[in-house]
Design a protein around this ligand. Structure first.
Ligand code: ZN
Length: 155
């Protein structure tokens, strides 16, 4: 059904509203706020709670698992560095000099984790093999840091 030219309802917003109402004319859908069944809704407002709706779309699978696998070792080393920072602050004389290497790498890992999270969209479009390689490198580098920190701390 077309609106007459010049009709103020003939906007992209009203087009989205028409699509929303057409969908709800044929489907059961709960109100996201009060769970009232919105089937056969005639306005873009819930009759039960008054919540207004809009038509949107989103990704089914954000592929966050690979990003979490990339970030996990960085967060682990950052946490270890925070633990060592507490030890250095509590007993500054007992901390071995190697602890400061871990503190610096932990700080760099925090920056790397924020950068990886910031650029997560470009990470997720890499081919699967490239993502696996980056995840593997992150784990290897950070496990090496953990190994070195343990060797320094207990020598
Ligand atoms: Zn509602």
């Amino acid at each position: 059904m077309e609106n007459a030219p010049g009709n103020p309802d003939d906007t992209p917003l009203s087009s989205a509203k028409r699509l929303l109402l057409a969908y709800l004319a044929e489907h059961d859908a709960p109100c996201p706020v009060c769970h009232y069944n919105l089937r056969n809704l005639t306005q873009d407002v819930c009759p039960e709670c008054g919540q207004q709706f809009r038509l949107t779309f989103g990704a089914v699978n954000m592929r966050l698992g690979a990003l979490l696998l990339l970030l996990a070792p960085m967060i682990m080393v950052s946490g270890l560095a925070l633990l060592f920072l507490c030890i250095v602050c509590i007993e500054p004389g007992r901390a071995p000099s190697g602890v400061y290497v871990i503190l610096v790498t932990g700080f760099l890992d925090v920056l790397a984790a924020f950068a990886a999270y910031w650029k997560r969209a470009s990470f997720s479009v890499h081919p699967r093999n490239t993502r696996a390689l980056l995840i593997g490198l992150s784990w290897i580098a950070n496990l090496a840091i953990v190994g070195l920190s343990i060797a320094y701390f207990w020598r």
